[in-house]
Design a protein around this ligand. Structure first.
Ligand SMILES: Cc1cc2nc3c(=O)[nH]c(=O)nc-3n(C[C@H](O)[C@H](O)[C@H](O)COP(=O)(O)O)c2cc1C
Length: 213
């Protein structure tokens, strides 16, 4: 049976522009500018991005994660170190993050090498998380097959009994740092003539170039 025809679903962009005379020298500064700008209109999940990795058969795999920190050395997210993504990153420590800020008609792509963040940084962040999230991190064998929902609820009960007061960070949970080698900024423009500026790390400095849309 034919599905709904969605060929006509499209939009023309036109609320902004990205010009060489206006961009910052360092892409992390440019990211900060756009991130803060998007935060005003995008709502609570402005930090959501698609993290792409490569699986053991070279299939790319994307999933949404939340960016928790960014600085000159890179972009940090947190996850389960035994999850599928973690296994993929262990054998191929390269990834990309893709942000889409609909309200600003903007996309940012960051590509680079992955490292685990130091344990003490993961510890500090873990303790900042709400109690339910801390328990959830312990309870969920992320990416593994589980028999049913009750399995998770049972695990939550057991974890609550095991840690009635302080909940330490599990050693199978923590952060990864994406160390950028390339950062691309995309601003939607009219008639598909979008602006794209890509920064590449060249030994000791960033070089920016315009790409055709
Ligand atoms: C809005 C949103 C935010 C998410 N944030 C995270 C996150 O920060 N860390 C994480 O491990 N999974 C997060 N997830 C779940 C992942 O998309 C994914 O289901 C999970 O990490 C398992 O992925 P994997 O099996 O490829 O390892 C989020 C999902 C959504 C929709």
């Amino acid at each position: 049976m034919a599905k709904e025809n969605i060929q006509g679903v499209r939009k023309d962009y036109g609320i902004g522009e990205l010009v060489e005379s206006n961009i910052l020298e360092n892409p992390i500064d440019q990211f900060e500018l756009w991130f803060k700008d998007a935060a005003k209109t995008e709502g609570s999940e402005v930090n959501a991005c698609v993290l792409s990795t490569l699986d053991e058969n070279n299939y790319p795999e994307g999933r949404v994660v939340l960016l928790k920190f960014y600085a000159d050395d890179g972009f940090t997210f947190y996850t389960n170190y035994q999850s599928n993504k973690a296994k993929q990153l262990a054998s191929h420590p390269y990834a990309s993050m893709t942000f889409y800020w609909k309200t600003k008609e903007r996309q940012v792509r960051v590509k680079g090498k992955i490292e685990k963040v130091p344990a003490e940084i993961s510890d500090a962040y873990f303790q900042e998380r709400p109690e339910g999230s801390r328990i959830g991190a312990w309870a969920s064998p992320q990416s593994q097959v589980i028999p049913n929902r009750e399995f998770l609820e049972q695990r939550v009960k057991q974890i609550r009994e095991k840690f009635p007061t302080d909940i330490p960070r599990p050693d199978f949970w923590g952060g990864y740092l994406l160390i950028p080698v390339e950062v691309e900024f995309w601003q939607g423009r009219s008639s598909r003539l979008h602006d794209r500026i890509v920064y590449s790390w060249n030994q000791d400095h960033w070089v920016s170039k315009r790409l055709a849309p």
